[in-house]
Design a protein around this ligand. Structure first.
Ligand code: GTP
Ligand code: SPV
Ligand code: MN
Length: 608
């Protein structure tokens, strides 16, 4: 499709302005066709940027190795550039929008020299659904185009939906590496140095400006930038919820289905839970989404969720046939791999894939790599945040409702994180507001999904939205309370749970086997919604009785007691930390109700 065929005046003008600023050699519209996808991939393989994988092992799939500096989100370079700093709140980086735009305009000037600009019209959510939002991304990265074609709905159908004056979220992206006359990338991943990278959001004008990074969350602008940071602002203004949540469907042996969402921080198990294969007989889990949920009340008064994405951008390391069979099948063809290792027969390998490295590999840095299990200090062959980009429709566990434009009715919401101690396997809130309190205090060990935060340390990550909330997090807490108050029927509100799959023994071993065994906890969640769960009230909330959850193999009765204990001292430390270091950050933006819940928790613990 030719640029001149675009009929939307606002889009044409906006595009022309960015072309004259960035001066690309050519401009191409992403039409969403598989022919164009193949052409782009072929060109990148020919240029050495991508490696075509063995068609017998991974048909239609390629591998990219990124620049070593461009492997994850860059939180320190991510800005919520609202008009006031207060509107961005204490947890976001802020710059005056006029200053930031001026700086970035200079970076964009001439930045696409020697490159092609791609115009990507995309829909977050099924095209035409009342919940969906349209964006247009202008980028000089073919890698971004191909990933966006898997992760979102791209192309002419979106332009048709947009018509001549429809609303779209404008998204600029450049890898920030103009080419001189005759220069090429020579097979090297283009990006800008760290201090030139910017992932910027202008909430009032709903604009996204990204520069200098080609990596997932920094560059696939429909995902975290639009579907969470900008959408959270839209959701606040329009009375709905844009959340970093998986969506799953669980069906009991009796054939009753319920839908559950879950917010866990990056690399804390959303994809795995969304695709789990239950270990308990007769139960079935299916996948609606693995990373983002948009939730609105339906006309029946229930909260409905849609998955705005069309693919999975999943963590590769740790994904094995045993841990996540469905993800492996989804990513067995037509998949883009980034920063995993390459085998001699052009297949992929990563740590935790379930078998030893077959012979000599090329690691994610492009170097020869031979597995040496005796060497505990050996660097991994795949980057810990290596990813696969796979079409959702290829997932064997995909639920039939996954593209339903109305969404699916939500019975339960889970919050969780990586907590080696204190937080029990599962507990439930007394009501919605208490659930909002639980969401607001979530903490987790930091993972490799963001570059510039220290992995391993525990940080508060409320609602798993710390890096993704587009406005003041204190106001976001209030918005959650408001959404609960606005429920057409309080009895139909989802029940809220706090789970933790990541408890460890003193020796550092997992206390809970996780993965498919998490179905045992989902069963208790399901039964809690039915009103049949064996439960007990505790100082922290409602918990399963010790015999309510069947023990998996290898989990002793002692282990189960530890997993379901209320660690009074641990929780008192938790309260003290929240009181000293977490809640005060929000100042007058902290809803008073949440402070009261903290007081109540403390007095409950002291009275126990
Ligand atoms: P993002 O895509 O970054 O948002 O991550 P995610 O929340 O979808 O996390 P994902 O499911 O990809 O899991 C990340 C890592 O946690 C992988 O290495 C998994 O193997 C591991 N993991 C997931 N679920 C469990 C679990 O139940 N127990 C344990 N011990 N590890 C898990
Ligand atoms: C995350 O970091 O939460 C991800 C990967 O899902 S990214 O798309 O980079 O945000
Ligand atoms: Mn995520």
């Amino acid at each position: 499709m030719n640029v001149n065929e675009i009929k939307h005046d606002g889009l044409k003008k906006w595009l022309a302005d960015f072309i004259s600023l960035t001066t690309p050699d050519a401009v191409i519209v992403a039409d969403g066709s598989s022919a164009q996808y193949d052409e782009l991939i072929d060109a990148q393989v020919a240029s050495g940027l991508a490696t075509r994988l063995n068609p017998e092992k991974k048909p239609g799939s390629v591998l990219y190795l990124s620049d070593p500096s461009d492997v994850a989100r860059v939180e320190k370079r991510t800005y919520i550039s609202s008009i006031t700093e207060e509107a961005a709140g204490p947890t976001n980086n802020w710059m005056d929008p006029a200053v930031l735009k001026k700086e970035m305009t200079e970076l964009y000037r001439g930045c696409m020299k020697g490159r092609t600009m791609y115009v990507i019209p995309f829909s977050m959510g099924p095209i035409g659904s009342p919940i969906s939002k349209i964006g247009v991304e202008l980028t000089d990265s073919a890698y971004v185009v191909c990933n966006m074609m898997i992760m979102t709905r791209v192309g002419e159908k979106v332009l048709e939906q947009l018509g001549t004056d429809g609303y779209f979220v404008p998204c600029y992206h450049s890898v920030g590496k103009p080419l001189a006359e005759g220069e090429s990338d020579n097979g090297i991943w283009p990006c800008a140095p760290m201090d030139k990278k910017y992932i910027s959001h202008f909430p009032e004008t709903r604009e996204i400006w990204s520069y200098g990074s080609g990596y997932g969350g920094n560059a696939l602008l429909g995902k975290k930038c639009l579907a969470l940071r900008i959408a959270s602002v839209l959701a606040r203004d329009e009375g709905w919820l844009a959340e970093h949540m998986l969506i799953l469907k669980i069906t009991s042996p009796e054939g009753k289905s319920r839908f559950v969402t879950g917010a866990f921080p990056s690399a804390c198990g959303k994809t795995n839970l969304a695709m789990l294969v239950p270990t308990i007989p007769g139960w079935k889990v299916e996948t609606v989404g693995d990373d983002i949920a948009w939730m609105k009340y339906g006309s029946d008064g229930q909260l409905y969720a849609i998955n705005p994405e069309a693919g999975f951008f999943g963590v590769a390391p740790g994904t094995s046939d045993e841990s996540n069979h469905n993800a492996l099948v989804a990513a067995s063809s037509n998949t883009i791999f980034t920063n995993v290792a390459l085998t001699e027969d052009n297949d992929v390998w990563w740590e935790g894939i379930g078998y030893d490295a077959p012979g000599k590999l090329i690691d994610w840095n492009g170097n020869e790599w031979i597995q040496n299990k005796a060497d505990k200090s050996q660097k991994p062959a795949a980057h810990p945040n290596a990813r696969f980009t796979a079409p959702a429709k290829q997932c064997p566990s995909i639920a039939s409702e996954w593209e339903d434009p109305r969404g699916v009715p939500i019975s339960a919401i889970l919050f969780g994180g990586r907590r080696p101690k204190t937080i029990p396997l599962v507990h439930r809130s007394h009501d919605w507001n208490h659930g909002v309190f639980l969401g607001s205090i979530v903490g987790s060990e930091v993972t490799a999904a963001a570059l510039d935060v220290k992995a391993g340390t525990i940080r508060r990550d409320p609602f798993a939205m710390l890096p993704f909330c587009g406005y003041n997090m204190g106001d976001y807490f209030q918005h959650w309370l408001d959404v609960g108050h606005a429920a057409p029927d309080q009895d139909k509100l989802p029940k809220i749970f706090y789970v933790n799959w990541f408890r460890k023994t003193a020796e550092g071993k997992w206390l809970w086997p996780g993965y498919g065994e998490n179905s045992r906890v989902l069963k208790w969640v399901f039964e809690s919604c039915e009103g049949t769960a064996k439960s007990v009230d505790t100082p922290i909330g409602i918990m399963p009785t010790i015999d309510a959850i069947d023990r998996p193999e290898g989990v002793t009765e002692e282990d189960m007691k530890e997993l379901l204990a209320v660690d009074i001292d641990g929780w008192l430390n938790e309260v003290a930390d929240i009181r000293a270091n977490h809640y005060p950050k929000f100042g007058k933006h902290l809803p008073g109700e949440l402070a009261t819940f903290l007081d109540t928790l403390e007095s409950n613990l002291k009275a126990a």
